[in-house]
Design a protein around this ligand. Structure first.
Ligand SMILES: [Zn+2]
Length: 97
């Protein structure tokens, strides 16, 4: 299944940590169970809170489903979704395996 990087950035002013309801909502959103419900597989979830930078990696059948999973973060800032590969997949393609 294709691999997607979901990258979200917000500012100190728009940080969801100022709103406990938003914190609860995003925590409930970014779980393996909820990802599965939305048709994607959550592989990684990384936050650098001092930089207000969120990185999520999912497997998803389509770009649209990956964008859908990232969509709740758009209420606080930018969301960029990019398709990519694992190192192993690149090596296989490169080596003709
Ligand atoms: Zn923040």
């Amino acid at each position: 299944m294709p691999l997607f990087l979901i990258e979200h950035r917000h500012t100190e002013e728009s940080c969801p940590t100022h709103n406990p309801d938003m914190v609860r909502g995003l925590r409930a959103h970014v779980t393996p169970e909820n990802a599965e419900r939305l048709g994607v597989k959550l592989l990684a979830d990384w936050v650098n809170e001092p930089d207000h930078h969120v990185v999520i990696v999912v497997e998803s059948p389509t770009l649209a489903a990956a964008e859908g999973f990232g969509a709740p973060f758009a209420q606080n800032g930018s969301v960029e979704v990019t398709m990519g590969l694992t190192c192993d997949q690149v090596a296989k393609e490169c080596l003709g395996e």
